[in-house]
Design a protein around this ligand. Structure first.
Ligand code: PGA
Length: 250
């Protein structure tokens, strides 16, 4: 049985005070035990504050991105070693906003996945199709390409230390969620891609759903057999709503 994970992707929102309050609020909500694994992914400047506030609580911390390089003259980039040193557990790689706004291609995403793991971070690999691709019946083709790029670079064993997030682009920040059945179909497809390489790892790896998850729809999505939690954007920015989503994963 896979333990569910609910991770909050704050994107470019938040402040130091909000970071402290949100992590403390979650810790207080789940002082008697968390219903699932819980992670918060604040912007880089607040990661250390989040790690400090999360210490000794069920909350873990992830970064929203990581450099594919380990060190060097790479202005503006942040290495996996730096994230690991301050106590991060996860790094999101390949979020659709970075793929589209920062022109990150499959090869770079795979390199970031590898870089995260070199430093002991678990990558949360985001994959997902655009509306145009879904309507052209190309969802499986796109998701397979995105997953296989990382499989080719990292090998199936690496997925034992990684998380996948299926995030249909048309559902991100739009209020339009995939139906539980649509999510389940793609999650099962992704697990099938891994199963073709190694059945044990395929059964072990968490596949999260992301895209307009909120308290009102989380339970029905998380109830699907291949959905192992969520990557939550907008609804992760306040304690009560995010805590309800975490409870829906219990
Ligand atoms: P959303 O974002 O929950 O605001 O749709 C999800 C994500 O981008 O990870």
């Amino acid at each position: 049985m896979r333990q569910k994970l609910v991770a909050g992707n704050w994107k470019m929102y938040g402040s130091r005070a909000m970071t402290r309050a949100l992590v403390a609020g979650l810790a207080a909500e789940f002082a008697d035990g968390a219903p699932c694994e819980i992670a918060v992914c604040p912007p880089f400047p607040f990661l250390e504050e989040a790690c400090r506030a999360a210490g000794g609580t069920p909350v873990t911390v992830g970064a929203q991105d990581v450099s594919d390089r380990d060190e060097g003259a790479f202005t503006g980039q942040v290495s996996g070693a730096m994230l690991a040193e301050i106590g991060c557990r996860y790094a999101i790689v390949g979020h659709s906003e970075r793929r589209s706004l920062n022109a990150e291609d499959d090869a770079l995403v795979a390199a970031k996945f590898l870089a995260a793991q070199r430093h002991g971070l678990a990558p949360i690999l985001c994959v997902g199709e655009s509306l145009e691709e879904r309507e052209a019946d190309r969802t499986e083709e796109v998701v397979a390409r995105q997953v296989r790029a990382v499989l080719a670079a990292a090998g199936i064993e690496a997925f034992a230390r990684a998380v996948i997030a299926y995030e249909p682009i048309w559902a991100i920040g739009t209020g339009r969620t995939a139906t539980p059945e649509q999510a389940q179909a793609v999650h099962a497809f992704i697990r099938g891609l891994l199963r073709a390489e190694n059945a044990n790892i395929a059964d072990f790896v968490k596949v999260l759903y992301g895209g307009s998850v909120k308290a009102a729809n989380a339970a029905e999505i998380f109830a699907m057999p291949d959905v192992d939690g969520g990557l939550v954007g907008g609804a992760s920015l306040e304690v009560e709503g995010f805590a309800s989503i975490c409870r829906a994963a219990g």
